[in-house]
Design a protein around this ligand. Structure first.
Ligand code: SF4
Length: 215
């Protein structure tokens, strides 16, 4: 296959964005949250777990521990009991308590609106920090999870398996004003149509503009 020019790739990206916009006009995170603190904790809990499993557990967790002050003082076993239906719950219970303690000690119990500060919190990597900043504070970013990475490669927008590289590739391609939308829409499309094992290309609205790399 001849190498695609930058201009042609840009045009495809624009077309795909338009189609995603009409298919998922209200694309947003599927994690339930009321405050930036809830979003941070829910996002830490969602690593290698489904949003559905996190949403099922967080109401009871946040009823007992509604803010960083309450969670910082929590007993480990109590927290584990609230989140035991979520994968890796023992480690995550430790991480969210430690995170709450740092928020109380260093940020007056608030979630910092700062990427580097978020990265110092236990259980928070680039993806979680980007999700929190974009959804809680409206800061543009494309958090690359398994769906976004897979779709970017299949569409021919990135060759990399490294989420940081995929993030840079996508952020070069889409206008900054569309980063948050693109992140959510790609996740929804990955969940509903472009399945990891069985992508439904014949039913996919993006087929005309997708290179289907690796299928
Ligand atoms: S055409 Fe196939 S590979 Fe491309 S986005 Fe759609 S389902 Fe995924």
């Amino acid at each position: 296959m001849p190498r695609e020019s930058k201009k042609a790739m840009q045009a495809r990206a624009t077309s795909i964005l338009e189609l995603l916009r009409s298919e998922y006009p209200d694309a947003r995170t599927e994690l339930d949250f009321g405050t930036a603190f809830h979003l941070l904790i829910a996002t830490i809990l969602s690593a290698q777990a489904t949003d559905v499993s996190v949403n099922a557990a967080t109401p009871a967790l946040f009823e007992q521990f509604p803010d960083a002050v309450a969670l910082a003082k929590a007993n480990l076993e109590q927290v584990e009991a609230c989140i035991r239906t979520i994968g890796l719950f023992r480690n995550k219970a430790k991480n969210i308590i430690a995170t709450a303690q740092i928020l109380v000690l260093s940020y007056q119990g608030q979630v910092p609106n700062n990427f580097e500060a978020l990265l110092t919190l236990p259980g928070v990597g680039r993806k979680t920090a980007t999700v929190v900043l974009s959804n809680a504070y409206g800061r543009p970013g494309i958090a690359v999870d398994t769906h976004v990475g897979r779709l970017a490669r299949r569409m021919g927008f990135s060759k990399s398996e490294n989420p940081d590289v995929v993030e840079t590739d996508l952020e070069k391609l889409f206008p900054m004003s569309e980063w948050i939308f693109a992140h959510h829409a790609l996740i929804l499309h990955g969940r509903r149509v472009c399945d990891a094992r069985k992508p439904r290309c014949d039913d996919c609205s993006l087929l005309e503009f997708c290179l289907q790399v690796g299928l």
